[in-house]
Design a binder for this molecule. Structure first.
Ligand code: DAH
Length: 345
């Protein structure tokens, strides 16, 4: 065996391999090359076999040469494998889609408020907000809620331990958004149409349908010769847009101190189309809001420029409307910050 020639060929082959795979090699090819050159049937093993039977005077030189060429192949393979792994890591970092930060979104109550107010905005109503800390005068007196009315009781309203105002009475957390009727009309000349979303507070025990804090939307419109039929038209349009297109409304006579006449409004049950089902307690109707024509006694508290005007008002609970629309069974779900619930919307 001309082992010197063999080793020279191997050296040249290695140089060729280095040149050929300088840029890129895949693991499979690299492994194939390792087996081909360093494996049991490879040329280097053959040289070692030959070493055993080589003439004594050549053994030393041959041994060194074979070990050297074996080392060269081995270190090239190790080097290539390392660069490949490094490369793969680099590629992994660059191409695997990174985990996106989870984006938040508006709370379903905020979404519902936006949805409802935008319907009224489309009907020409202005959107206003007011103070959550109110005064007796705006929350009750100006709204014709008599001093003996039970809602003025401390059991039904959160009074604040702040010295009362001489003219406007005690400070409290507003129990409804209706006070903004008077505040807005004190500030703005008629005609006026406004919608007022916001938080309200009542010392109710918390259960599936009650909370000490919830959201209401008050709406009212005051102009010359406003009639109950205008109220019906506006509310029907709202119900069509917020609930469903062919919804029907039912106005049931009711009592509110600040409206006369007053009504509670039901929508036809969408599930059973009025047939009666568990969602509507077999009645075919679902109560959604209160409304009426603004009481003359409320007008008495308004600036004199409101003389000769009439108007309607309505008030609705945001949580209630949202629960009806989506079939949400418990008001507490809105406030418990459980993402399994909130991320559905
Ligand atoms: N303020 C009433 C409440 O909190 C809701 C309401 C009913 C508002 C009738 C109105 C109305 O403007 O006309 O229960």
């Amino acid at each position: 065996m001309d082992w010197k020639k063999e080793i020279q060929i191997l050296e040249e082959t290695l140089e060729q391999l280095k040149a050929r795979y300088a840029d890129r090699i895949d693991l499979k090819t690299l492994e194939e090359l390792r087996v081909k050159f360093l494996g049991k049937k490879g040329p280097i093993k053959a040289l070692f076999d030959f070493l055993k039977i080589a003439p004594k005077d050549e053994k030393r030189e041959l041994g060194q040469a074979v070990n050297r060429i074996k080392g060269l192949f081995e270190s090239w393979i190790v080097e290539m494998r390392q660069s490949l792994e490094y490369h793969e890591e680099e590629i992994r970092d660059l191409t695997v889609p990174s985990r996106l930060p989870s984006l938040g979104h508006r709370h379903i109550i905020t979404q519902t408020i936006d949805e409802i107010t935008s319907v009224f905005k489309g009907l020409g109503f202005a959107i206003a907000t007011g103070p959550e800390i109110e005064q007796e005068y705006y929350n009750f007196t100006a709204l014709n809620i008599d001093i003996t009315h039970p809602s003025r009781d401390a059991f039904d309203t959160f009074y604040l331990k702040i010295p009362p105002d001489k003219k406007k009475g005690k400070f409290l957390l507003r129990s409804h958004t209706s006070p903004m009727q008077v505040r807005i009309m004190e500030a703005i000349s008629p005609p006026v149409a406004a919608i007022v979303p916001g938080r309200v507070y009542r010392p109710d025990a918390v259960d599936a349908s009650h909370s000490f804090m919830f959201h209401q939307i008050e709406g009212f419109l005051v102009d010359k010769a406003v009639k109950f039929s205008h109220l019906k038209g506006v509310l029907l349009e709202f119900a069509r847009r917020y609930f469903y297109e062919d919804v029907k409304l039912r106005f049931r006579p009711h009592y509110f101190p600040f409206t006369e006449p007053s009504a509670e409004v039901d929508i036809s049950c969408q599930l059973c189309k009025g047939e009666g089902c568990s969602a509507c307690k077999q009645t075919g109707w679902i109560e959604v809001l209160g409304c009426g024509m603004i009481h003359p006694n409320v007008f008495k508290h308004l600036p004199s420029e409101y003389e000769g005007y009439t108007g309607f008002a309505f008030g609705m609970g945001v949580e209630r409307l949202c629960m009806l629309k989506y079939g949400i069974p418990d008001i507490r779900l809105f406030y418990s910050n459980d993402l399994r619930f909130l991320s559905q919307f």
